[in-house]
Every structure is written in C-alpha cells, then in structure tokens.
Design a protein around this ligand. Structure first.
Ligand code: TYD
Ligand code: ZN
Length: 407
C-alpha cells in the first residue's frame, strides 16, 4: 500500500529519495520468474512525529507467510544475545511469580525458550506458521497470528494480563503502530512494560548502512520518534539500552505513564538525537548523498575486480543484501554466487538480481578472490569462524564506506 500521509500521525511526509523498484527482500526464488513482485522503495521523513518510514510497503501476506525464509537460530551469537535479553528483562522488570511474558514476532522461539526453560508463563505471537512450528518443538508456547488490539483482547481473555511484552527486530516491521500501542496498553498490567529493540537510526546514519531499509522494515526508529508514537497511547519512555546487534540497535522500554521511574539515559539519548538534527529534513538529504557515494564506491570496487579477472562471492544472503544488489544494479555479472548457511535459501536465486545462493560447503570448495560480506552485522562471529581457515589471499569488502572487515 502506498501512502502520502504519515502512518502514525497522519501529517505530511517528506520523501527524500528512492532506491527504485525493489523485490521482496526475503523472496528467494526457486527458479527465474517473469513477473517477480516489485514495489517502489522510497523512505520518507515525518517532521511531525520524526519517524522515518517507507512510503510504500507490500502487503504483509507477501512477506510473512508459511514459507518465511528467516530463522533466527542461524546465528550462535544471536542465541547468546537473546539469552542476555531474557535475563535482563527478568532482572529489571520481573514481577516475581506474576510474570507473564508475551513476545511479538517470536519466530522460532529463540528468545522465549529462555523463559520456557525457567517455567515462566509466556506466549509467542507470530504470523508465520512454519517458524511457530519450530518454536513449539523447542517447548515454546506460541500462536499463529498478527499482534494488534484484537489479538490483545483474545490473549487477555485466554491467559490474563501480561507483565512484559517484548520483541526484537519486529516492531519496525509493523505498519500500524497505533494499533500495536493500543493492544500493548490493553494487554499489560499496571506495572507492565513494553520492551522492543530494532535497528537504530543513529547507527544507520553514521555507518550509511542503508541496507537496513527493505520491505519488512517499514520504520527505522530513533528515541525521539518512538517516544512520540507510543507517548500518544499512554506510554512513557523509561529506559534505553544501545545494542551492537544488527549493525547497531536500540532497546526501548515503555511503561504506563507515571508507573515507573525514568532512567537518566533517556534524556541523554534524546538530547543527543536533537543535537544531531534527527528532527530535521536536512539530515535525510545528507543521508541520500551518502547513499549515492556508497553506491558509486561499491560499483567501482566490483567492476575493477571484474576487469582484473578476480572472482567475487557474497557471504550471507541477507535480507539487507537485496537492497544493496537492486539499488546498485549488481547481478551475476559482478558476483558469482552468495554463500549462506540457511538450507531454505540454498540453491535459490536472490530476489530481483538472480545471483545463485549456494551452501557454505560450496563456498569452501570455491573460495573467491574477493568476498563481499553482506552479513556485516555478524562480522565478529564470521571473522572468528573464518580466521585461519581460508588458505588463500582473499580480500574482504562491504558496501559500507566507513567499515573495515578486520580479517
Ligand atoms: P541477518 O544478519 O539476520 O540479516 P537480515 O536480517 O538482513 O537477513 O542474516 C544473516 C544471514 O547470513 C542468514 O541468512 C544466515 C547467513 N549467515 C551465514 O551464511 N553464515 C554465518 O556465519 C552467519 C553468521 C550468517
Ligand atoms: Zn508522523
């Protein structure tokens, strides 16, 4: 659906650039198709609620379905991260004995299993039946549905009020945040908290990691934007915790107004965002210029490699790579294949540009001269894994102008 008013506050939106026609980021193809689904991917800034959002987003059914290709368990580092997240929630926001934790977008249960193992009442909510099935196999109670006000009524009815609603890398996928906020307020008890973490706008602007923008990420959040959005529904931003994950994320904690103390870090980060003009359109004009420079730089690196007879392969068929490949116009002429450990992605073609996706075993047998790290957000884990195991002089690159893969 294409919009011309802000999804949240219904004010005017300022479109500052377009990445052009984009396919579904996770729409890996079993074979070439003529009529591949595309949409115009243009981010816009709302000067009223300060949110950065996509002007057009494909229907949810196009993206989250029974063959959803994203399984959170692929990364060991993320498993550790989610255990830390779960422990942190209990340390800081447990209601001792009265805990009921609901996760929005619980995927394969990677986070909730930490509560399940401690016999803490929990419920996962996720629209993709295939991932919910995996979660259940790990003993995680889950239901297949989208979260919103209607679902919140059903959950209160079936299970009672929640002490915490948590999510990770999901809130920024949800177009109707007013309905989510209303549902969260309804589901939480008086002292209950709403906690979510998502890629952080500040990190994206700083690194020029524009690949955070793709069909599923309808918003890229900042503290000032979520404070406005959830503030309109009786919530108060009470805590913030910057995260290393997904190339720089932020964890936001909301409580019902007046229910809990506000931590000093909230004002510090809000002030920092204002000092850096996150509330001004000029910041996004500058970001657009940086994206164009990044595109020119990457195309030069890849064409030079080609002209010098070097082979190039990608590492990690990430959702994010769909944005890079389609925005920069990079196909199998410049990248031979992309290696990925996710079985469902192997032996497919990447969305839009149709670069073959191969297994990690294939990669090990066909080590290229240049490796473009599309899973740059897992750089530490990957470097640890690959250090010393590739006995060939390879060059690691990314599309990020200010990021060195230290291998
Ligand atoms: P992810 O970082 O979640 O990115 P996105 O949200 O953009 O899809 O996905 C990482 C992808 O990289 C996933 O498909 C698995 C793959 N991967 C590997 O192939 N090898 C690795 O060592 C790691 C850590 C990930
Ligand atoms: Zn707005």
């Amino acid at each position: 659906m294409k919009i011309d008013k802000c999804r949240v506050c219904n004010e005017g939106l300022r479109e500052f650039m377009t990445y052009g026609k984009m396919p579904i980021a996770n729409g890996f193809l079993k074979e070439k198709v003529e009529d591949e689904y595309h949409f115009e991917m243009s981010p816009a800034f709302c000067s009223s609620c300060f949110s950065l959002q996509l002007v057009e987003q494909p229907d949810a059914e196009q993206m989250f379905h029974d063959e959803y290709a994203f399984f959170s368990r692929q990364s060991k580092f993320m498993q550790i991260h989610f255990k830390g997240y779960a422990d942190w929630v209990l340390e800081n926001y447990s209601q001792q004995g009265d805990d009921f934790i609901v996760e929005i977008g619980s995927n394969d249960g990677i986070m909730l299993e930490n509560f399940a193992k401690k016999n803490i009442k929990h419920l996962g909510v996720d629209p993709s039946a295939n991932v919910v099935e995996v979660a259940r196999s790990f003993g995680v109670q889950s239901q297949v549905s989208f979260f919103g006000y209607e679902t919140s009524k059903q959950i209160v009815n079936d299970y009672g009020k929640a002490s915490a609603i948590i999510s990770a890398n999901v809130m920024c996928h949800l177009p109707d945040l007013n309905d989510i906020a209303k549902g969260a307020f309804n589901l939480l008890n008086d002292k209950g908290v709403l906690i979510f973490e998502d890629p952080y706008l500040g990190s994206m602007l700083e690194k020029v990691s524009y690949d955070q923008i793709y069909d599923e990420h309808v918003y890229i959040f900042s503290a000032i934007s979520v404070k406005n959005i959830f503030g309109n529904h009786g919530f108060e931003l009470i805590n913030l915790l910057p995260q290393e994950t997904h190339g720089g994320s932020m964890r936001y904690v909301f409580a019902k107004k007046g229910a809990r103390d506000i931590q000093p870090i909230v004002n510090e980060i809000v002030q920092n965002e204002l000092d850096n003009n996150f509330d001004k359109p000029s910041t996004y004009e500058k970001f657009k210029e940086n994206c164009e420079l990044s595109k020119t730089r990457l195309l030069k690196i890849l064409t030079d490699a080609k002209n010098n007879g070097l082979s190039v392969a990608g590492y990690g068929a990430t959702s994010k790579s769909t944005t890079i490949l389609n925005y920069c116009g990079i196909g199998p002429d410049l990248i031979d294949f992309i290696s990925d450990t996710t079985p469902i992605k192997q032996n497919t073609l990447t969305p839009g540009k149709h670069i073959p996706v191969k297994s990690y075993e294939y990669f090990k047998e066909n080590i290229p001269d240049v490796i473009i790290l599309f899973a740059w957000n897992h750089a530490n884990e990957i470097i640890e894994k690959e250090k010393g195991s590739i006995n060939k002089d390879v060059k690691w690159i990314t599309h990020l102008p200010f990021f060195e893969v230290g291998i």
